[in-house]
Design a protein around this ligand. Sequence first.
Ligand code: GLV
Length: 329
Amino acid sequence: MQKILVARPIFPDVIERLKQYFEVDWNNGDVLSAEELTRRLADKDGALTAGDPVGAAVLAAAPRLRVVSNMAVGYNNFDIAAFNAANVLGTNTPDVLNESTADFGWALMMAAARRVAESEHWLRAGQWQKWAYDAFLGSDVYGSTLGVIGMGRIGQALARRARGFNMQVIYHNRSRVAPEIEAELNAQYVSKAELLKRADHVVLVLPYTRDNHHTIGAAELAQMKPTATLTNIARGGIVDDAALVDALRAGQIAAAGLDVYEGEPNLNPALLTVPNIVLTPHIASATEATRRAMANLAADNLIAALGEGPNAGRPANPVNPEVLGKARA
Ligand code: GLV
């Protein structure tokens, strides 16, 4: 039997499925340190990760490793150049999380716009004495302009929901999406600068790469409307969190919603001191059904990539398909 490492706690029935094909070393505890991950991968043929960094050093210490299956759509934790150099396949879990993640983008955006978390904290703190005409005035969502940065599958799911809110949708992306998708979403492609200037609610849904580190920093925040909100359901590092704190404090924008952070789970402590921000712990895809679908898809990808099961040799979601069929280097 081939050997695999499941690097994180995961649904036990998915572990049972994997045991039908593999000898499973399961870390059902704390996140593994780089040293521990490297040690436990040394004799493994495959691994199932969820955001654990895998780069050249880890691969070099794991000469049998042929596939790493990430239980996430984002795979910025993989050093793809190192994967390609070693002929190691990476896989991810796209599509199954689109709708749950888009729902959550709306939840954060609306909570930020209407000051849901901020007012709840105030109420819980026993500060509510009377109804007041000017208490927690927010920004309207219905009829406003939604600016989506990153118009991939999740960005499109998010934009599709804007129809019911009678919103104008503008977007920015590496490239324009197909005209029929623009027509279906009633979405207009604009430059990043125009989007920041026009949008009432900016939502970030783009993958994290070196090129888009701090896509939203001090200069970009300064271009936004003082009544606008910023929501990040993509990855930490796309927003300069320190610059966001400054912009919120200075009233450069009205509010923000963050599900992801630079250096998470150790977020910038200044974020906790700003009232007009909604903070959630990287849970945009976290519904029971979606997390189960992601775990099962990650398992399916691993099983297929290691030549087992009904789709042996044909994993559904390779992120570097160029290495398929190549011997481990
Ligand atoms: C979650 O952040 C994912 O990339 O799936």
